[in-house]
Every structure is written in C-alpha cells, then in structure tokens.
Ligand binder design. Structure first.
Ligand SMILES: Nc1ncnc2c1ncn2[C@@H]1O[C@H](COP(=O)(O)OP(=O)(O)OP(=O)(O)O)[C@@H](O)[C@H]1O
Ligand SMILES: [Mg+2]
Length: 200
C-alpha cells in the first residue's frame, strides 16, 4: 500500500473509532484530559495557551478551557486564515467572544485584527489529531493546516510547546510520516502524557 493510501486508511480507522465513543465516554475523556493538563508543570508558568473546539469525535477541551480561565491563563483558538486559506491564525478566545462558523462548519472566533495573537505568545499549543504514535508523530485530518502554520516555529526564539490531544483509541503503533509533518513535544490522552524529544 502506498504511503498516501496508508494515511487515508489510518484516518478512516481512527476517525471511526473516536466517533463511536458514547457521550458518557466523551464527557469522561474531557474531564480526564482537563486533569492531565492541570498536572503539567508547564501550565503553572503559562500566560496563554491555544486550544481547539472539538469536532468529529475529538476530545473536548471545554473543561480545560474553563480551568485555564479560572487560573487566569488566556486562551486562543485557531481561525482559518482569510487570505492564504491554508494557514491558521490564533485568535484570543474567552467566554464572551463572538463566534462564527468556518467553511468546515467548525465554530471559530470572528476575525478581528486586535484579537490576533502571535504563535510565540503561547506557552502551549494543544492540537487536535486523528492519530498519534509514541514518538509524537501526528496524523491530522489531512488539510496540512497545522503543519503549514507551525512550519517555521523552529526559527522562533520563543517556541510554544506542541501537544496533541486525543483519545487512547487514536494511538497507532507507528505512523507513516511525511517530511512536512511537524513533530509534537508530546501527546495527552485521558490515561497518559507522552513526552517526546523534538528535533529542532
Ligand atoms: N509546510 C508546508 N508547506 C506547504 N505545504 C504543506 C506544508 N505542510 C503540509 N503541506 C501540505 O498539506 C497537505 C496535507 O498535509 P498532511 O497530510 O500532513 O495533513 P495533516 O497534518 O493531516 O493536516 P492538519 O495539519 O490540517 O491537521 C500535504 O499534501 C502537503 O503538501
Ligand atoms: Mg501532517
């Protein structure tokens, strides 16, 4: 099987598995992820983190976002870049942010220049993923949005840590990786925090 077909088959398998989780399992996973994130020493130092709003069976970060607000940690959400169409912008997000739906029907903050945050302002970026392995390789939905947006991160003086967030059923033994796939510093699941050595 070619690498591309391989990645397509894995995406289908993991997306199906996470969509098959019950509402109870999803709610429990979201709480467990919140606990895991709260236990991270990096969070104690964090001024701002980036999260996502769950879609397609992804683990919800809603309890994690609420916990951050309680701790006065600012939060951002990704927004599809209005010009390049293939990159993400990080926008400030809080309880009263005006939201809209993007072309994938995912809720995102309404675009406002003053709400745009630099990648370097984030201590941690929590990213959704379709599949992961214990090396910290990430298989996304296939759009390349996170890969493009984070491609130049290695040149930044101030680099956010990149953590994938997933259900345990999204773990692969090993993933077929492409040169543009941005490696993660770790992956958080309801039952484990995997930390990896990222090569810069
Ligand atoms: N840094 C980059 N520059 C240009 N194109 C890129 C870059 N990164 C990824 N792409 C393109 O994006 C496409 C999708 O990439 P990939 O299959 O890795 O998506 P993904 O990681 O699953 O998606 P996402 O990052 O949106 O979750 C690839 O065909 C690739 O050509
Ligand atoms: Mg990729």
């Amino acid at each position: 099987m070619s690498l591309i077909n391989d990645r397509m088959a894995l995406r289908r398998q993991f997306r199906q598995a996470r969509r098959a989780l019950s509402q109870n399992q999803q709610a429990q996973a979201a709480q467990q992820i919140c606990q895991q994130v709260q236990s991270m020493p990096e969070l104690a130092q964090a001024k701002r983190i980036a999260a996502y709003l769950a879609n397609d069976g992804e683990v919800s970060l809603a309890p994690t976002l609420a916990a951050c607000w309680q701790r006065d940690i600012a939060t951002s959400l990704p927004v599809l870049h209005p010009v390049t169409k293939t990159h993400l912008l990080m926008l400030d997000y809080h309880l009263h942010t005006s939201m809209t739906r993007n072309r994938f029907n995912i809720a995102e903050p309404q675009l406002a220049c003053q709400a745009i945050r630099l990648l370097s302002e984030h201590t941690l970026i929590f990213m959704p993923l379709v599949g992961f392995d214990e090396q910290g390789n990430r298989l996304g939905m296939g759009g390349g949005f996170y890969d493009r947006t984070l491609a130049n991160l290695k040149n930044y003086a101030q680099q956010p840590l990149l953590f994938g967030v997933a259900h345990d059923c999204q773990q692969a033994e090993s993933l077929p990786i492409q040169p543009w796939d941005v490696p993660l510093d770790g992956v958080i699941t309801p039952t484990q925090i995997i930390r990896t050595k990222r090569n810069h």
